[in-house]
Design a protein around this ligand. Structure first.
Ligand code: ZN
Length: 138
């Protein structure tokens, strides 16, 4: 069995953003040499997500609005976690959008649905953060 590990780094200048990382994950699959297997991609921070959905700006704006409704950033005083920091909303947004995705690798390619793309979701940016790519297979 082959195994491959890589960390992807992000330094998002804004508090929140969605970054399409499908190309970077596909490059990891190519480098791994795995033809049949699985790739796991997970955020290595509790205020960021990795998820799969459509790369459509309207949808991303809808996510932003929906997440702000569920866990508004302001007022930061509404959260008990915000003692010495202001990112309680980011922890909650990450929980809803998820920690990781697992994608099948078939014939050396990401076996995604037609409109499926892999995203890194940042909810407390403006600092260096990372995601893990782990590939196993043969
Ligand atoms: Zn926190």
């Amino acid at each position: 069995m082959k195994s491959f590990r890589r960390e992807l780094y992000f330094e998002i200048p804004t508090r929140r953003a969605f970054v399409n990382i499908t190309g970077q994950v596909a490059e990891c699959v190519r480098e791994s040499g795995v033809e049949e297997g699985l790739v796991l991609v997970n955020a290595m921070h509790i205020t960021a997500s990795v998820f799969i959905n459509d790369d459509e700006p309207g949808l991303h704006a809808d996510y932003e609005k929906w997440l702000e409704k569920l866990a508004p950033h302001e007022p930061v005083s509404q959260y008990r976690h915000n003692v010495g920091e202001d990112n309680a909303d980011a922890h909650m947004k990450r929980q809803i959008m998820g920690r990781e995705v697992v994608v099948a690798i078939t014939e050396g390619q990401l076996d995604l649905g037609t409109w499926e793309q892999i995203f890194y979701g940042e909810f407390d940016g403006r600092r260096k953060k990372r995601a893990l790519v782990k590939i196993i297979g043969e």
